[in-house]
Ligand binder design. Structure first.
Ligand code: F6P
Length: 388
């Protein structure tokens, strides 16, 4: 019978864009490991701290009160171990240094809190060494593959929903169209969730390429029903049908260039020809013209990533942190902690990387949005339920 070696020292890092809940996970990990006699170090600024051996000692007393604090006390960066900026515009591979520092501190496990990029970087370290890694899925975009939910998402959605609520009253007072930019480059979870919760009239997400004419017509149809204002929630990665086709051609050209190995993917000719203007600006201009209503654009930006986490996120983060600590105690490594239904499971990192969790087109949220008459930009809104 194999005996799991005792866990003595671990490291934690937070990498990628920040989000509410990172501190809550740091707290949960530290508290639950410390009572088991484990010493915890926190690397500063993501993988940079690991590569440069910059860290702090984390103790329960220090993490007390962190449950509700936004951001990350460990700070963060988007730097990758294999591509660390040297400060003069150049990059160098510091994978070896990162692994060396893990060993120097006699770590038994490294916890990496982050989104898709972090999962990839953690996996690279695994491929290069035999170090023990456990990752946790963080992002307001909710697009990490393998888990039903990422921490930070509920808070981002709550903030965006409140913004939509507030924009509703001013839109209605002025008879205006409000186009609202919501984060989400590759997936529309945030725009869709907050759009439904905030009663947006149009929701545009990357998964459903939109037709500008159809969006315009849906606002005109609202005006015919006496609704002289509209709210349009747009994910930052939303694309028109034409752009989607163009992007597909680019992707195809890249794939061909790659398989032929004749030239690098980035040299594919179509890439330079394509300019992706901000969707919200194009939409606003068109909608103002079609409806004759004044149109304003509001970009929620990094507001969605700041401040205190919601109770749902605090609870989720505490669970993620304590489950991750348990996985480490029992010797389950090389995985991401994922939530599936009410359970927390260990998903091999090799399965997580390279996959994105986008909104499935048959997702119940999409069905419900359509059923209440929300236009998703692809087809005229149907099933309108009168609010009168
Ligand atoms: O990773 C989440 C995310 O919030 C995306 O939705 C957004 O596009 C991106 O981060 C912006 O990040 P930053 O401005 O920090 O680079």
């Amino acid at each position: 019978m194999s005996v799991t070696p005792r866990l003595r020292t671990v490291g934690i890092l937070t990498s990628g864009g920040d989000c509410p809940g990172l501190n809550a996970v740091i707290r949960a990990l530290t508290k639950s490991l410390e009572v088991q006699g484990v010493q915890v170090f926190g690397f500063l600024e993501g993988f940079t701290g690991l590569a440069e051996n910059r860290y702090i000692r984390l103790e329960s007393a220090q993490t007390s009160g962190l449950l509700t604090v936004g951001g990350t006390v460990l700070k963060t960066s988007r730097n990758k171990p294999h591509r660390m900026p040297t400060g003069d515009g150049e990059f160098r591979d510091m994978t070896g240094a990162a692994i060396e520092n893990y060993r120097r501190l006699n770590l038994d496990c490294l916890f990496c809190l982050g989104g898709g990029g972090t999962q990839k970087n953690a996996f690279r370290l695994l491929e290069e060494s035999d170090i023990n890694i456990i990752t946790l899925p963080k992002t307001i975009d909710n697009d990490v593959w393998g888990t039903d939910i990422c921490f930070g998402f509920d808070t981002g959605m709550t903030i965006a929903t409140e913004a939509l609520d507030r924009l509703h009253t001013t839109a209605s007072s002025h008879h205006r169209v409000m186009v609202v930019d919501i984060m989400g480059h590759n997936s529309g979870w945030l725009a869709l969730g907050s759009g439904i919760a905030g009663g947006a009239d149009v929701i545009l997400i990357p998964e459903i390429p939109y037709d500008l004419e159809i969006v315009g017509e849906s606002l005109l149809a609202r005006m015919e029903r006496g609704k002289m204002f509209s709210i349009v929630a747009v994910a930052e990665g939303a694309v028109s049908k034409e752009d989607a086709q163009h992007l597909e051609e680019i992707a195809e050209a890249k794939r061909k260039a790659k398989t032929r190995k004749k030239k690098k993917a980035k040299d594919a000719p179509l890439k330079t020809e394509h300019t992706h203007e901000p969707v919200s600006a194009i939409l606003a201009e068109h909608l103002e013209e079609v409806t004759g209503l004044e149109t304003r654009v509001t970009s929620l930006g990094h507001l969605q990533r700041g401040g205190i986490p919601t109770p749902t996120d605090r609870l989720l983060c505490t669970q993620f942190g304590t489950v991750a600590a348990n996985f480490a105690m029992e010797g389950t490594f090389g995985c991401m902690v994922a939530k599936r239904g009410q359970d927390f499971v260990a998903v091999p990192l090799a399965e997580v990387v390279g996959n994105k969790r986008t909104v499935p087109l048959d997702h119940p949220w999409i069905e419900s949005a359509r059923a209440v008459g929300t236009c998703l930009g692809d087809i005229p809104a149907t099933g309108y339920i009168s609010e009168e």
